[in-house]
Write a protein that binds this ligand. Structure first.
Ligand SMILES: NC(=O)C1=CN([C@@H]2O[C@H](COP(=O)(O)OP(=O)(O)OC[C@H]3O[C@@H](n4cnc5c(N)ncnc54)[C@H](O)[C@@H]3O)[C@@H](O)[C@H]2O)[C@@H](O)CC1
Ligand SMILES: [K+]
Length: 500
């Protein structure tokens, strides 16, 4: 599967390279024809209803006009609201406009208040949107909020930044599409930040442009291919020592739940033995999961097992001391929650982290990322890929920047956006479970990059499985994730054994 994600700069280069070898207008004609096919599939039984097409000033508008002409040729009632702006259209767009005008496409000046559409197509802006959306376009986009039919965005939902998934501008607005047909290559912004909510289901249409026109991408959409080769069925002749030891270090007073959730996440995804090294004496065992072994963090040996440090750990002097020891150890290490905040406040801890050579994964949410980067959370969210890459370089670790479309980056710049998961994960403790799963995969010898990508994928797929079974997204609890993650992992292993 081609899962590469291209920046706008790269897409412009692909466009120019393909443009140079094709007759003028070819790409737009192909985009319009492919989008019309896709629109007809979406229309399905509703082919007798009119299709509303919003066409903007640039070539995205040209695609929309081509699509409208194709739909009209197929006997569908296509109505275009054309908002051409002040500048002259490109020759391709002007040609598409002529074709639509000469055919049976209908043109309207304003949106009827209660249009009963079969489908709405958004061709206002694509990758050329450079500034916040102004009043005229804003009104049209706002009107789509009341639409009850599918909304198909051409290339990019108008208002969304194709590189970052952020909505452009302060007080910006963007189309919320149910589907996006995107041209010449997939884009990171459709899969992270606001992208998943605004793009809906993404269909990539290469317009007949071959691999010779494609540059090296620095980002990919995650698939289970990244870690599939690690999914070996378990041999009979094994014992608990074969699957690694994980120790969760955390749990200050009143915060015992966080390390326990991480520990359950680690245990149920297959670690051989799981310890909980608590800063506060707290509970002596977990009655739901008595297999977990509780120890006092202070005299726990940190250099013997894979460590997950930070859940519920607080910011006390002993937390800092333990963290410094963990960073100095050769143990594979997952750094989460309070441990990230402590590192963000201490150049000394950051230097110890950057000096590590053992596998290390950092799992910040946007606020923790902001503390680490000396920014605010809004700045992190404005460019999640760049923030994850900056953190990976600064910490010399593999980073999972959590959130819708978690971004996983390594110090060499390689980046994956995770496609699994849903809003049910926006609940206390889900990050602890993710850290625990990362710990288990590291303990089983997965390299940090594969453990981070695999854990994020499995954790998201666990939430998807729960939602498919009616558990969430509303009311999904973190405590339900470990068993679901176990089910996902075992299904993946069975599939791998079947050669699927
Ligand atoms: N050029 C090509 O070879 C192809 C282009 N394609 C389409 O063309 C799109 C890119 O076309 P463009 O570069 O023309 O860009 P867009 O169509 O995305 O829009 C750019 C136009 O909008 C104006 N604009 C930008 N921000 C604005 C704002 N906030 N308010 C009002 N006007 C604003 C710009 O001045 C420019 O006229 C792609 O997303 C894709 O849909 C496809 O047809 C495939 C081939
Ligand atoms: K669009």
């Amino acid at each position: 599967m081609d899962n590469h994600l291209y920046t706008v700069a790269q897409l412009r280069a692909i466009e120019a390279s393909a443009y140079a070898v094709l007759p003028p207008g070819t790409l737009m004609q192909r985009a319009g024809a492919a989008a019309a096919q896709f629109a007809m599939q979406l229309l399905g039984e509703r082919r007798d209803r009119p299709v509303l097409v919003l066409a903007g000033p640039g070539n995205n508008g040209g695609d929309a006009l081509e699509l409208a002409a194709n739909l009209a040729d197929a006997g569908i009632d296509a109505l275009v609201l054309h908002l051409p702006g002040q500048r002259d259209a490109s020759i391709e767009t002007a040609t598409a406009h002529e074709r639509a005008r000469d055919g049976t496409v209908g043109f309207i000046d304003m949106l009827p208040p209660d249009g009963d559409w079969g489908l709405v197509v958004d061709g206002l802006f694509g990758i050329g949107l450079t500034r916040p959306i102004g009043d005229e376009y804003r009104e049209a986009i706002a009107a789509l909020a009341d639409v009850r039919c599918p909304i198909l965005a051409l290339d990019v939902p108008s208002g969304l930044d194709a590189d970052t998934g952020a909505i452009i501008g302060p007080d910006g607005i963007a189309v919320r599409a149910t589907h996006t047909i995107t041209f010449l290559g997939d884009k990171p912004g459709l899969h992270t930040a606001d992208g998943r909510d605004h793009a809906g289901l993404v269909h990539v249409e290469m317009l007949g442009v071959g691999p010779e026109h494609l540059p090296q991408s620095q980002a990919r959409l995650g698939t289970d291919d990244v870690f599939a080769h690690r999914l070996a069925a378990r041999r009979h002749n094994t014992h608990k020592g074969s699957f690694g030891d994980v120790a969760i270090v955390g749990g200050a007073h009143g915060m015992a739940g966080a390390p326990v959730l991480a520990a359950r996440g680690a245990l149920l995804t297959g670690a051989g033995r799981v310890f909980v090294a608590m800063l506060d004496p707290g509970p002596g065992y977990d009655s739901m999961q008595p297999e977990l072994m509780f120890r006092a963090a202070d005299d726990f040996e940190l250099d013997k097992r894979t460590l997950v440090i930070g859940p519920g750990m607080g910011g006390s002097a002993s937390a800092m001391r333990l963290l410094a020891k963990a960073l100095d150890s050769d143990s594979p290490l997952v750094i989460d929650a309070d441990a990230i905040t402590l590192i963000g406040a201490s150049p000394d801890l950051l230097a110890r982290l950057a000096a590590r050579s053992a596998p290390t994964i950092l799992t910040p949410h946007p606020l923790e990322a902001a503390r680490l980067l000396g920014k605010d959370a809004g700045e992190v969210q404005a460019d999640r890929l760049q923030a994850a890459r900056d953190m990976a370089v600064r910490t010399n670790a593999t980073v999972i920047l959590k959130g819708s479309g978690s971004v996983i980056a390594q110090p060499n710049g390689e980046t994956v956006i995770n496609p699994t998961g849903n809003a049910g994960l926006a609940t206390a403790g889900s990050g602890d479970v993710l850290a625990g799963i990362c710990g288990t995969l590291l303990a089983q010898g997965w390299p940090a990059w594969e453990a981070a990508s695999g854990a994020t994928w499995i954790h998201g797929a666990a939430a998807d499985l729960l939602v498919a079974n009616g558990v969430g997204p509303i009311g999904l609890t973190a405590g339900e994730l470990p068993a679901a993650a176990r089910a996902v992992l075992n299904m993946l292993v069975l599939d791998a054994a079947d050669g699927n």
